[in-house]
Each structure stands twice: as C-alpha cells, then as structure tokens.
Design a binder for this molecule. Structure first.
Ligand SMILES: Cc1cc2nc3c(=O)[nH]c(=O)nc-3n(C[C@H](O)[C@H](O)[C@H](O)COP(=O)(O)OP(=O)(O)OC[C@H]3O[C@@H](n4cnc5c(N)ncnc54)[C@H](O)[C@@H]3O)c2cc1C
Length: 402
C-alpha cells in the first residue's frame, strides 16, 4: 500500500491493535489509521489484570499503554466502545454495531481472545471471569468484600489471581481436574513442583477434581463450588479460569490462519496477536500463542508488510508469569516432548523439555533470569537447522465468509 494515502482499519484495541497502528505511523504511513475496539478503555496492559492491578499496586490509569494525547499526536482515530459486527470483503467495508460503515484499503483483525465460559452450569452472582479491565475491577471489588476465593482451573490466569488474592489475605482454594497445575503447558513434573510451592503458600489445592455446580445464598450470591466427589468448597467469590477462545468470528472461525507475515486468505485482510494462527518456519507449522511478546512482534510485522516491506515475526516464543514469589520465564514451543530435565528446587529451578534425540524444544526458568538468553540461543540454533526444509501450506478462505 502507498505510504501517502489509503485507510487502514484495525479491529481490536489490545496490544496487537495498538502496535499495528503505531508501527504504521512509525514507518511513515500518512493515510488514515482507524482503531476500533469494543472495550471503552484506551489500550491497556492485559498482564497487569491478574497481577499489579488486582493487587491494588497500580490504578486503571497506570496500566494504560499510551496516554490520550498520543493518539491525537499520531493521528490515530480511536473508535472506542464499538464493535465491528461484520465485514464485507468484496466492498471492503466494516460494519459497526451503531450502523456505521467504514471503508478500508487494508484491514487488520486483532480481536484477541475471550475467556472460555463454563457451559451447561448456572453461575450465580459472584462467579467471575478474568480477561478484561472491567473483569479485573469487578474481581477486585469482590475480593475486597470477601474472605474466601475459589478458583476453578489451575491455568496461568487462575494461578496468578490466586497468588494475588493470597497476598491480599484471602483464603484460596484452587480446583483443577488434571493431576497438576499448569499441566497442559508445563507437564506433570513441573506442575507437581509448583503444586508444592502453592501449598506452602497456604493454597488448598484440589487436583483431579471436577466442578458440578455452584450453590448460592438467599441473596443469590455464590456461597460454594460443588465438586464431583460430592464435597463443596465454601467461598465468597469464585473465579473461573479455564482458558481462552480466539475471537475470529469476523471471518466465521475461531482462530484465523495466516501466512508468516499475517496475511489471511482474503486480499488485504491481515490478522495478528492472540486470534491468529500464524505460519512459523522455525517450527514447521502454524501456531497460535497467547503471549504478550508474540502479539507485539506479529503486529509490527503486519504493519510493515501492509506498507510493502515484507516482514515476518518468527522469534523464539516467550512468555512470563508471576506467581507465589516465582518469576516463570518460558521459551520455545512444545505441545509434546519425550522427557523433562529439572534442576533446582521449589524456590528456583529450570526445566528443559527435550525430544527423543535429546534436542531442546522448550525451557522454563523459575527465578532463573540469567539462564534465559542462553536457552533462547540454543532454541534459535535448533530452529535454523531445520527451517530450510519447510514451506507454508496454502491458505484457504473460511467457508462461511460473506
Ligand atoms: C489476566 C491476563 C494475564 C496475562 N498475563 C500474561 C503474562 O504474564 N505474560 C504474557 O506473555 N501474556 C500474558 N497474557 C496474555 C497477553 O495479555 C495477550 O497475549 C495479549 O493481550 C494479546 O493481545 P491481543 O491484542 O492479540 O488481544 P487482546 O488483548 O485480547 O485484545 C483484543 C481486543 O479486541 C477487542 N475486540 C474483539 N472483537 C472485537 C470486535 N468485533 N470489534 C471491536 N473490538 C473487538 C477485544 O474486546 C479486545 O479489547 C495475559 C492475559 C490475561 C487475560
């Protein structure tokens, strides 16, 4: 697209949306940039929602990524509190929920993900989810009123919220159907090590336990979580943290498949961040990751590609998590591995996830910041060795597109 003219519409005011818009400007794009978001807030730091904001260490204003004047200076048009309901790829038009139609020359879908809902169970007042700033503020209020928190799901968000609530003085129970916390991403061995630490911090950790429902008091507010062994966990507030679902509904899908530069199957329509499943030559497959650094990197690559500088984000995946006095740092990507080597104890350890040939696929450091750079280099070298053999498959448009 020409740098001097044209309109780029970015749907979603999360990190990926913001980073796309600001990179377009930083690269000298002079046309219109319109950032549309269904949340009423300016783009903010989502990771703070389970950490500093929930802990009361930072205010809502302090988690904003940019000040209001930034958008004026950069001439980024903000449309907040409005949802893009539909897109018409042939007419190149985005239809907003107030009936407005916006025309684009390039469209970027940065709609992220939403908290997965518990299906088939009635949830009384006081049963909450945590994905948005509004969710975090609502949870803060409930934590201030209550003494006992029940967390359903020992994933990253549930565990971080549990850690914050414990530091605030609440009694916390975590209910998890698997054998260990964070098992899906970190495996049983590391999960078991972490379970020890959570228990040492006073968490009542119920593993291998399913939730069958919630009980409410006469006021209609949650009073207990019912488990499949017939027991109940008494609580004043419950947080459901059972993962996130990509918000790709504008293309009639969940996750949106893209090439290495963020192009979808539709001309001049791109996707990046949590919603995108992007081709990574280093891994030889498309992956969708819900990581802050990935959203930032992909968005910058999409902005450059729109302006004609073909660009790819294929860094070694990285995320961090703060919980119970541990800074976890994870590098690489492994959905399965042959074995895990763990060194250290519950206060500081590292874990190496290896394939059958002993090759490093991913690694985790817990309070071991000094090791991460070397692990990243090792993973990068492994990826380079195999990258040449891999080619991206063709993209096919989703069947339900208008
Ligand atoms: C509580 C929490 C803690 C986290 N902590 C960490 C961490 O410690 N480390 C880490 O690496 N990652 C962390 N993450 C993940 C990280 O925040 C995400 O990977 C990142 O925010 C993804 O950015 P995104 O812009 O792709 O999506 P999002 O941040 O989800 O933003 C998408 C935006 O698009 C909007 N939207 C969706 N559909 C539409 C539509 N049709 N019209 C208009 N707007 C729309 C949504 O409302 C949302 O505002 C955390 C996430 C959460 C929820």
């Amino acid at each position: 697209m020409a740098r001097a003219a044209g309109t780029v519409i970015v749907v979603g005011t999360g990190l990926a949306g913001l980073r796309t818009a600001e990179t377009l400007r930083a690269q000298g794009f002079e046309g219109r940039v319109i950032l549309v978001g269904e949340e009423k807030y300016l783009p903010y730091e989502r990771p703070a929602l389970s950490k500093e904001l929930l802990a009361g260490k930072r205010s809502a204003e302090q988690v904003m990524l940019r000040k209001p004047e930034f958008f004026e200076q950069e001439q980024i048009e903000l449309v907040l509190g409005r949802r893009v309901e539909q897109i018409d790829a042939e007419r190149r038009v985005a239809l907003l929920d107030d009936g407005r139609e916006l025309r684009w020359d390039a469209l970027v879908i940065a709609t992220g993900a939403r908290a997965r809902r518990l299906r088939g169970l009635e949830t009384p007042a006081g049963v909450l989810y945590l994905r948005t700033l509004a969710d975090s503020l609502a949870l803060s209020e409930e934590l201030a009123r209550g003494k006992r928190l029940a967390v359903v799901g020992a994933g990253f968000i549930g565990v971080e919220a549990a850690s914050t609530a414990t530091a605030l003085g609440l009694e916390v129970t975590i209910v998890e159907p698997m054998e260990a916390p964070l098992e899906r991403v970190l495996g049983t061995e590391v999960g078991t090590l972490l379970a020890e630490r959570y228990r040492a911090h006073g968490i009542d950790l119920r593993l291998g336990a399913g939730v069958t429902g919630f009980s409410a008091g006469e006021d209609g507010h949650v009073r207990a979580v019912r488990l499949d062994d017939g027991s109940e966990v008494a609580c004043d507030v419950a947080l459901v943290g059972i993962g996130a679902e990509p918000a790709g509904e504008l293309l009639g899908v969940g996750e949106i498949a893209t090439d290495a530069s963020g192009r979808t199957a539709l001309p001049d329509v791109y996707a990046c961040g949590d919603v995108a499943s992007t081709w990574r030559a280093s891994l030889g497959r498309r992956v969708r990751v819900e990581h802050w650094t990935n959203a930032a990197g992909q968005a910058a690559a999409v902005a450059r590609t729109i302006l004609g500088e073909e660009s790819v984000h294929d860094d070694v995946p990285f995320f961090w998590s703060d919980q119970f006095g541990l800074r976890l740092q994870h590098v690489g990507f492994a959905s399965e591995w042959a074995r895990v080597e763990i060194g250290g104890g519950t206060n500081a350890f590292s874990a190496r996830y290896l394939d059958h040939d002993g090759r490093l696929l991913a690694a985790l450091g817990a309070n071991r910041p000094g090791e991460i750079a070397a692990l990243r280099r090792e993973l990068k070298a492994n990826a380079r060795a195999s990258v040449e053999r891999r080619r991206a498959p063709e993209l096919r448009p989703a069947l339900s597109l208008p």
